[in-house]
Write a protein that binds this ligand. Structure first.
Ligand code: KIV
Ligand code: ZN
Length: 564
C-alpha cells in the first residue's frame, strides 16, 4: 500500500526543562525582512521580470520594509542586473537595507560583492546546509567539514567587506535546514561564524534560523529558537532572525512562537509565496499583531492594492479566504453571523475599542467597505437581508416581515444557486410587497375623529373612475377595513402593521407594512408614501388585492358608475 504512515518517523521534541517562551507575550513588532524578491522569486513558475521586480521592490518600500532581500546575484544574472539597477539608479531609500543571498563559496561571495558595489547599506546573507540529511546524503561531509564551509565563507565575507568600507555592512549567516540540524551542532557553527565576524566588536550580525522545511509543530520550533538564544556566544550582540516555511501550514504560528522565544527579526513574503507551500506570510503575521493593538510598523491599509501588485508580480492569485486580504474574509453569508455583525455594528460607538462578533478587525482599516461584510446567498437569514435593505435603501422592516421576506430571498437564492446582490433583493421586495395595482391605488383619504373613533372616506382605483369608500373603526385601518367589507364583502382581519418614517435619500417619507387575512387568505404588503397614513392605507389595499384579485370587483365599479 502506497499510503502508509509507518514510512515516517516522528520529529524528536527538544528535551527542555527551562522552557520560558509559553509565558511570553509579543509586545512589539519584530524587524521584518521581505524575501519576496529572492525566496519568493525562486519559487515562481515564471520568475519576475525586471519590471515586476521593480514594482515589488517599490511596494515593499512603500509598505515600510527597511530590510529587503533583493536576490541571489551570484547565482542569477537577472538578480545581479536588478541589484545593479537599484544601486546605479539610486532607487534605494536611505533608510532601507538591501540584502542579497550567497552560498558560502569564495567565488560566489566575490561576485556578490561585485553586485553590491556602491550600495549605501547592505546585508550579505551567506548560508550553507547543516542538517544531518544534507551532511550525510548530499555533501558527504562530517560536522567539521560543514563547519569549515561556514567559517571559510564567513572569512571571505568579512575580508571582502573590509575592501569596501564605503558601504555600511551587516553580515547574516543561515545554517540552512536548521530545523533538521542537531541544536548543539547549530550552536557550534553559529559560534564559529561569530568568532570570525565578532559582533561584540561592532560588526552588525544576524543569525537567521530557517525552518527550511517545517518538520514539527510550532512549539518545537520555539523550543529550538529559545535553546539557540540560550546557548550561543555573544547573543546580546546578535540579531536572531527566523525564516519559516509553511510545509505543515504553520509558518506564521511558528514565527510568532519564535518571537516569543526570543527572535528579533522575521523573514517572509507578502501573502506567503515561496518554495513548496510557501514562506511565512508577512501580511498575516503583521495583521495578527495589528489585531492585538500592536503597531506592525508596516502600512497594510491598502490591502486590495497590495494584493493586486503581488498578483501582478507573482502571477499567483490571492485566495479569497486568505487571512486579512482575501475577497471573502470579511464577508458573512450565514444568517446568524450576519445578525450578530449587524447588531454589533449598530451598537458600536466611534472611538470605542473594536468588539464586533465574527470580525477580528475592522474591515475599513484595510480598505474594505462595510457593504462587503454582509452578502446574501441561500445560507443567509433575515438579519442579513434586512441589513442590506436598510443599508442600501433605507428600508427598515419589522421583524415579522424580515422573517417572511428572507424566505422569499432564500427561495430565489436556492433557485439561482448563488449570491443575490443588493439590487436583486430590492427588486424582489418591490415585486413581492410594493406592487400597487391600478385598481387599488389610494387616491385620497379623509379621516374624521370623534368620540366613537374614526370615520374614513377614501377614494381608491383608477384616476378617471375612482371608487369612494366609507367606513368606521377605532383607527384608520379598522375604518377602511370595515368599508371594504361593507362595500365588497371582503372580511379582513389585520394581524400586524408597522409604520416607519424614512431617512434622507428616499423620495417617500414613510413606509408601512401590513399582514392580514382577507377572505381567509394570508397576505402581506408594504407601501411607500409621503405620509404614514397614506402608506398604511395603500399597504392595506395592496394586501387586499393579493387576496381578492388585482382588479376591483366589477360590482363595485358598476355601483359607483350607477351612483355617480
Ligand atoms: O529556506 C531557507 O532555508 C532559505 C535560506 C537560504 C535562508 O531560504
Ligand atoms: Zn527559504
Amino acid at each position: 500500500m502506497a499510503f502508509d504512515h509507518r514510512k515516517y518517523v516522528a520529529f524528536k521534541p527538544v528535551a527542555k526543562t527551562d522552557r520560558r517562551w509559553p509565558d511570553k507575550v509579543i509586545e512589539k513588532a519584530p524587524t521584518w525582512c521581505a524575501v519576496d524578491l529572492r525566496d519568493g522569486n525562486q519559487a515562481l513558475v515564471k520568475p519576475m521580470t525586471v519590471a515586476q521586480k521593480q514594482r515589488m521592490f517599490d511596494l515593499l518600500v512603500k509598505l515600510g520594509f527597511k530590510e529587503i532581500e533583493i536576490g541571489f546575484p551570484a547565482a542569477s544574472q537577472p538578480d545581479f542586473d536588478f541589484c545593479r539597477k537599484l544601486i546605479e539608479e539610486n532607487r534605494i531609500p536611505e533608510d532601507v537595507k538591501i540584502q542579497v543571498l550567497t552560498q558560502a563559496r569564495p567565488e560566489l561571495i566575490e561576485r556578490t560583492y561585485e553586485a553590491l558595489a556602491g550600495a549605501r547599506k547592505a546585508i550579505v546573507h551567506v548560508y550553507n546546509s547543516t542538517s544531518t540529511v544534507q551532511r550525510e546524503q548530499v555533501f558527504g561531509l562530517d560536522r567539521d567539514g560543514i563547519r569549515e564551509i561556514a567559517v571559510s565563507g564567513a572569512k571571505v565575507v568579512r575580508d571582502m567587506a573590509a575592501r569596501h568600507p564605503e558601504t555600511e555592512w551587516t553580515f547574516q549567516y543561515s545554517p540552512e535546514s536548521f530545523t533538521g540540524t542537531e541544536l548543539d551542532f547549530a550552536a557550534e557553527v553559529i559560534d564559529a561564524v561569530s568568532d570570525v565576524w565578532r559582533p561584540d566588536q561592532g560588526q552588525p550580525m544576524i543569525i537567521n534560523l530557517p525552518a527550511t522545511v517545517e518538520m514539527a509543530t510550532p512549539n518545537v520550533f520555539a523550543d529550538q529558537i529559545e535553546w539557540i538564544c540560550d546557548n550561543i556566544k555573544r547573543r546580546e550582540h546578535i540579531s536572531i532572525s527566523v525564516h519559516t516555511h509553511n510545509d505543515r501550514g504553520c509558518a506564521v504560528a511558528a514565527a510568532e512562537l519564535a518571537v516569543m522565544a526570543g527572535a528579533d527579526r522575521v523573514e517572509g513574503t507578502l501573502m506567503g509565496n515561496g518554495e513548496r507551500t510557501g514562506n511565512m506570510d508577512l501580511v498575516t503575521m503583521a495583521m495578527n499583531l495589528y489585531s492585538q493593538g500592536i503597531d506592525p510598523t508596516l502600512d497594510l491599509s491598502g490591502m486590495a492594492a497590495i494584493s493586486e501588485v503581488v498578483e501582478a508580480c507573482t502571477e499567483i492569485s490571492t485566495h479569497p479566504r486568505h487571512p486579512y486580504a482575501g475577497e471573502l474574509v470579511f464577508t458573512a453569508f450565514s444568517g446568524s453571523h450576519q445578525d450578530a455583525i449587524r447588531k454589533c455594528l449598530a451598537r458600536r460607538k466611534e472611538g470605542e475599542a473594536w468588539n464586533v462578533a465574527y470580525l477580528p478587525i475592522d474591515p475599513f482599516d484595510v480598505g474594505r467597505r462595510y457593504e462587503e461584510v454582509v452578502r446574501i446567498n441561500s445560507q443567509s437569514g433575515k438579519g442579513g437581508v434586512a441589513y442590506v435593505l436598510e443599508r442600501d435603501y433605507n428600508i427598515s422592516l419589522p421583524r415579522w416581515l424580515q422573517i417572511e421576506f428572507s424566505k422569499v430571498v432564500q427561495r430565489e437564492a436556492e433557485t439561482n444557486g448563488g449570491e443575490i446582490d443588493s439590487l436583486t433583493i430590492h427588486r424582489l421586495f418591490e415585486d413581492r410587497y410594493l406592487k400597487v395595482h391600478a385598481d387599488w391605488v389610494l387616491r385620497s383619504y379623509d379621516l374624521h375623529r370623534d368620540e366613537e373613533g374614526v370615520r374614513a372616506e377614501v377614494s381608491v382605483g383608477s384616476e378617471s373612475a375612482p371608487v369612494r369608500l366609507e367606513g368606521r373603526g377605532l383607527g384608520a385601518v379598522e375604518a377602511v377595513s370595515e368599508a371594504l367589507e361593507s362595500r365588497f364583502g371582503i372580511s379582513i382581519a389585520v394581524e400586524a402593521y408597522d409604520e416607519f418614517a424614512l431617512g434622507e435619500g428616499t423620495n417617500a417619507n414613510a413606509l408601512a407594512c401590513i399582514r392580514l387575512t382577507a377572505n381567509g387568505k394570508h397576505c402581506s404588503a408594504a407601501a411607500l408614501a409621503e405620509d404614514t397614513t397614506s402608506a398604511t392605507l395603500q399597504a392595506l389595499f395592496s394586501a387586499v388585492a393579493q387576496a381578492v384579485g388585482t382588479e376591483m370587483p366589477e360590482s363595485a365599479r358598476e355601483a359607483e358608475v350607477a351612483g355617480a
